[in-house]
Design a protein around this ligand. Sequence first.
Ligand SMILES: Cc1cc2nc3c(=O)[nH]c(=O)nc-3n(C[C@H](O)[C@H](O)[C@H](O)COP(=O)(O)O)c2cc1C
Length: 196
Amino acid sequence: MTLVDTASRHAPTDAPLIAPLVERWSPRAYDPTAELSDDTIRTLLEAARWAPSANNVQPWRFIVARRGTPAFAAVHDALMGFNQAWADSAAALIVNVAETVDETGAPRRWATYDLGQAVAYMSLQAQHDGLHTHQMGGFDADRLAEAFGLGAGLEVISVSAVGKLGDAAALPEPLREREVAPRSRKPLDELLIAAA
Ligand SMILES: Cc1cc2nc3c(=O)[nH]c(=O)nc-3n(C[C@H](O)[C@H](O)[C@H](O)COP(=O)(O)O)c2cc1C
């Protein structure tokens, strides 16, 4: 088994960062035998739970589907082909859902923003615990909504693959190549609109 050298995936940061931020990256090669315990899943959800949100509304909901279950098959079936090609080895697929309207039907302006923070918290906790995550926007949202009976106001925003690192050599090309491609970001200057 060819495990990618994780140190080579660390972010080449321009300023010192805490370890999970440096170490987090989005692999596609997952160990198809690794499983997540109930406690591990509980910890991941707990991390999401403690994210900040506008007015503390906490408009995030999750579907946790462990590999080998009908739920996993349903989520995997709804992924785009370019994600199906690798995500089948993840220990779990987590569907990240935003509650985009309130009880009166009014839109929750910050729902997707808040969900994103919760998913980021979950990803960093996973990284800290020796797991990896890979978020996906390539899926059929209507298909997921139907499969899990999501009502109006519950919107699937992303799906996260979670698991242990696996054999990069088992990935099809060009994914094998992308697994070890240099990591890059825009320069800091480009992010700044103003800094006084
Ligand atoms: C909202 C969102 C959607 C994404 N969609 C996909 C996807 O459908 N397929 C995929 O392989 N990666 C997807 N990614 C992963 C990004 O490509 C990845 O995070 C980015 O290239 C930076 O790499 P890093 O996470 O390793 O730093 C997505 C990431 C986010 C946050």
